[in-house]
Design a protein around this ligand. Structure first.
Ligand code: BG6
Length: 302
């Protein structure tokens, strides 16, 4: 069910949550409550933007050139990478970062939490193509709580008779003042795979800072990360659960130009800090069991 009128009748919350067709065939849930504003695209179960009302600037960044089109991923927001992260291990023709971010998801529930946050729950809708790429009985659900903090839980149920292995990420683009000025804390001493240096394994020393394309998978880390942003005079805290990898990515100028959907200098205003289970940290989900990757984001004024 992807018709905004029916969705509004069934799941709308007066003055707080409504659905609209943002582009042909693309429905977006708009949330505006006392604490925050956010947009969530039903295709991909994709949080496109989030701004707590204490902040002048969004905390989750959406590219000004983000394209909303059927089966296309959206540049910015919180792409859901599932059931694999990066290239598929065996099939080079399968989509990078899995298919979850480009298929429709169904709304299964909405509501208001006691904290005042607005809740929306979406379930990935499998189709013939996704079943061919992922022949496992599974359920993938995302629960999003929009308030002074943004909470997202990505829940995978194994409904089959055999275990399966997933890779996944909440591939969040955070809005920052300028990439050259921010530091990411929380990864000191962590081993990482450096994807811009032939996949070499290295160890982080101190905070992560940026002076060129950066694409790293930090392994075996459940630590909270913090983005310190002197320009926007704030700190973004990224807490996570059920995630053993943290991916840090910024394309820098040349790659962003080639990608074509960042907008002029858009790459300077974002950094991806992704809560993931990738490479050595993929997750085996036994038959009948559940795995949950959860995050909570919070902005604090410096
Ligand atoms: C990151 C990867 O997570 O996502 C990068 O580590 C990749 O290698 C980036 O370029 C963006 O991916 P995409 O498919 O959304 O352009």
């Amino acid at each position: 069910m992807h018709d905004p009128q029916t969705l509004n009748e069934r799941f709308g919350i007066a003055g707080k949550l409504s659905f609209r067709e943002a582009a042909a065939g693309i429905v977006v849930a708009e949330i505006d409550n006392a604490q925050a504003v956010a947009s969530i695209c039903l295709q991909g179960g994709h949080v496109m933007s989030w701004r707590p009302k204490s902040q002048a600037e969004p905390v989750v960044w959406l590219s000004p050139l983000a394209k909303l089109a059927p089966s296309k991923s959206i540049r910015g927001g919180v792409p859901v990478c599932w059931p694999w992260f990066g290239p598929h291990a065996k099939e080079s023709g399968y989509p990078g970062h899995g298919f979850a971010r480009t298929v429709p998801w169904n709304v299964t529930a909405t509501g208001s939490a006691e904290s005042g946050a607005t809740r929306i729950v979406l379930e990935l809708e499998p189709n013939e193509q996704t079943r061919a790429m992922w022949p496992h009985e599974s359920r993938c659900v995302i629960e999003i709580l929009v308030g002074e903090t943004l909470k997202i839980s990505l829940v995978t149920d194994n409904l089959g008779e055999d275990a399966f292995v997933i890779g996944e990420a909440l591939h969040t683009y955070f809005r920052i003042g300028d990439i050259a000025d921010v530091r990411v804390l929380g990864l000191d001493g962590c081993a990482f795979v450096d994807k811009v240096d032939d996949g070499k394994r290295k160890t982080q020393e101190g905070a992560v800072t940026f002076d060129g394309e950066t694409d790293r998978v930090y392994l075996d880390t459940t630590a909270e990360c913090t983005i310190e942003d002197p320009r926007l005079k704030r700190r973004i805290r990224i807490a996570k659960d059920g995630s053993a990898s943290t991916v840090i990515w910024t394309p820098w100028a040349e790659k962003a130009d080639k990608m074509g959907d960042f907008g002029p200098d858009g790459w300077r205003a974002m950094v991806c800090v992704e809560s993931a289970n990738a490479l050595d940290d993929v997750v085996k989900v036994p038959a009948g069991e559940r795995h949950t990757l959860a995050v909570e984001y919070r902005a604090e004024t410096l």
